[in-house]
Every structure is written in C-alpha cells, then in structure tokens.
Design a protein around this ligand. Structure first.
Ligand SMILES: O=C(CO)[C@H](O)[C@H](O)COP(=O)(O)O
Length: 262
C-alpha cells in the first residue's frame, strides 16, 4: 500500500511510472539496473500484460534480465538490437547539466554501453539524487582483477596530480570476497567529495591501464525524470530545454503499487 511506502520509494516509483509512459509499441528499450529500475521493469511488465504493449528490452545486468523475463517482457541482447530507441535507468547522482554518477549497483559498464547505443537516455531518480557538484557519492570504477592494487595505486597518483581533495579508494566487497561484476571485474569506489571537472576526470581515468570503465556519464543523459515523495514528477529535457510537471494521483499509484507488489 502507498501509505506503507517510504517517501523515497514513492518518489522512485512515480519517476519510474512516468518514464514507462515514454515506451511505445515497436521500440527497442535499454532497461537499467537498481531499485528504481526495478519499478520501471515492473511497470513495463504490467503494460505488456494489461495493455498489450509490444516492445523489446535490452537489460543492463543479469538481475534486470531475470526480472524482465519474469514480468513478461521480451528480452533481446544488445547485439540483436544493435541500436536502441530509448534507455531508461537510475542514477546515484545527477547535476544541473544532467551529468551522472552511476554504478552504485555495480552495473556501470553494461549501463554505459547500452545508454551510449541509444537515441535517448532517460534517467529516473528521486529528488535526493540531485547535486550541485558530482562526487559526494563515491565514484565507482570497474577494474580488471589482474593487478588491481597496482591500478588502485595509479588512480591515487593520478588524483594527486589532478589536485583532487578526496583521494581515498576502496575495493567494493560482497561479504568477505571482492564484489564481482557481470563481466567478472572488481569495483574500486573513489571517495572524492567533489569532482570539479567531471569530463576531465572521466577521460583521465579511462587512460589508466586496468580500468575498464568509470561511472561518470557525461553528455549521455537526455531526460531526467525526478520523483517526489508526494507523487509529483518533474521531467527535464536538456536538449529541448523544457521542464514539465506532472503528478501521479496517489489513489492510482496506490492501486498500481499493490498490484505490482503481488
Ligand atoms: O547505476 C546503477 C547500478 O549500477 C543504479 O542505477 C544506481 O545505483 C541507482 O540505483 P537505485 O535506483 O537503487 O538508487
């Protein structure tokens, strides 16, 4: 029931629900990873089952692929799709230019490949993800396991040369073992505090051997759909320069939530 949802979950849900309405018959759609993306996939599954929506989804992780199949979405690989109409995904942070930090769920590599192969990337996020400058959320960097400590040392040296204040990094763990991505890599989380020049940071990081990809998404996101705990939704389109306001009626949301929770 909606009353049992925390404001943050409600905010994630309404953003996901609004973004699901952007999916049209015949589209090839990238499906993100994370708790907000879970709502998206459930909403889309409901639209497939109840309204006969016909689209094909390209998941950005094995978790999302499993859920998508479970809710009745036709799943194809990126190579089958080749190019996508739309990707809808969550984010850990977004700034006023719609640059992002992603990878909190460890799926940044597939997420970046899929988003880059899309005509449009739509981010769904609760309002708490908006920041003035990226970097409060630790920046995830995917590294290959071979020599990861050397890669970590090179990253820390690079941060010193870039005069970045926060230079600490930590290997992401899953219990007592290093976290493994879908590609069998590790994640280093960089505790930077504030990233003054995200574009330069993204380019410089990717020049270090051993780094597969970093979680900075620069100039990739076209639309951000921001959800609020009271059911309000704001849709910002950076290319069109438009801002649209909407509100999901809580009764409607409540019904959807209890249906989808089943
Ligand atoms: O980048 C991601 C996964 O790699 C997620 O999109 C990001 O972590 C946001 O997750 P959530 O919707 O659970 O807050």
């Amino acid at each position: 029931m909606i009353s049992e949802m925390s404001p943050i979950d409600r905010a994630k849900f309404v953003a996901a629900k609004r973004a699901a309405d952007l999916v049209e018959d015949g589209m090839r759609v990238g499906l993100g990873t994370g708790s907000t993306a879970v709502w998206l996939v459930r909403c889309l599954g409901e639209m497939v089952r109840e309204r006969g929506l016909k689209f094909r989804g390209v998941p950005t992780s094995t978790r999302t692929a499993e859920l998508a199949r479970e809710v009745g979405i036709e799943v194809i690989s990126l190579d089958e799709a080749r190019w996508l109409d739309l990707t809808i995904d969550g984010a850990d942070e977004f700034d006023g230019e719609q640059n992002l930090i992603k990878g909190g769920g460890g799926a940044l590599l597939q997420e970046k490949i899929v988003a880059t192969a899309s005509d449009q990337m739509v981010v769904i996020a609760d309002v708490g993800k908006e920041v003035e400058a990226l970097g409060t959320f630790p920046l995830p960097v995917e590294v290959i396991p071979f020599g990861w400590q050397t890669t970590q040392a090179l990253i820390e040296e690079m941060l010193v040369s870039m005069d970045v204040l926060g230079r600490q990094s930590s290997l992401r763990m899953n219990g007592s073992a290093p976290f493994m991505t879908d590609e069998g890599n590790h994640i280093l989380d960089l505790h930077l505090g504030r990233i003054g020049n995200p574009r330069q940071m993204a380019l410089t990081l990717n020049q270090i051997p051993g780094i597969v990809e970093n979680g900075l998404f620069i100039d990739i996101c076209d639309i951000v759909v921001i959800g609020y705990g009271d059911g309000r939704v704001e849709l910002r389109d950076i290319n069109e320069g438009t801002v649209e306001h909407d509100r999901l009626e809580l009764d409607e949301t409540e019904n959807l939530f209890s249906d989808l929770a089943d």
